[in-house]
Design a protein around this ligand. Structure first.
Ligand code: CA2
Length: 151
């Protein structure tokens, strides 16, 4: 492992993964998701800092912390994706390689999930692949970080 960690941030209600709504979000628990992220990151020589919070302020605190401590951010802001100007401002301010992630395909769901306050301030968005969305986001961050180093 070398360099700074990737921050994988998870927003409200994602602590309930694997306990309810498995038809939408799958059977994996948050712990399973973390284990999968760590294992995949390790294959790319990357370390993960993995957090979940139901509080918008705590998520913003981790985005600020990432500015010094992380090489990139994968964020599933949960429902704050669709509401949070504050997370938009925080991600814009830290200006790190970043990916918005969702387990479900938000575009197949209610219209209120089609708007993201995060999407305009990240490099890209991955949704609809369940736990694999996170694996894809980690690969995308790894590629972005390598490209930045070369550039
Ligand atoms: O698909 C995603 O990953 C979402 O970010 C999940 C959010 C939702 O508000 C977004 O529109 C899309 C909700 C996370 C709630 O997770 C639960 C897990 C199990 C049981 C209940 C909620």
């Amino acid at each position: 492992m070398s360099g700074k960690a990737l921050y994988v941030l998870n927003g409200p209600n994602l602590n309930l993964l694997g306990q309810r709504e498995s038809a939408i979000y799958g059977e994996a628990t948050l712990q399973d998701l973390e284990t999968r992220c760590r294992a995949h990151a390790a294959t790319l020589g990357l370390e993960i800092v993995f957090h979940q919070s139901n509080s918008e302020g705590e998520l913003i605190g981790w985005v600020h912390e990432a500015r010094d401590k992380a090489s990139g951010i994968a964020i599933n802001a949960g429902a704050y994706t669709h509401t949070s100007v504050a997370l938009h401002d925080a991600l814009r301010a830290v200006n790190l390689p970043s990916v918005e992630v969702h387990l479900s395909n938000v575009y197949k769901r209610e219209a209120f999930r089609h708007t993201s306050f995060i999407a305009p301030v990240v490099n890209g968005v991955i949704c609809g692949f369940g736990v694999d969305s996170y694996v894809l986001a980690i690969s995308a961050l790894s590629a972005l970080i390598s490209a930045n180093k070369k550039g």
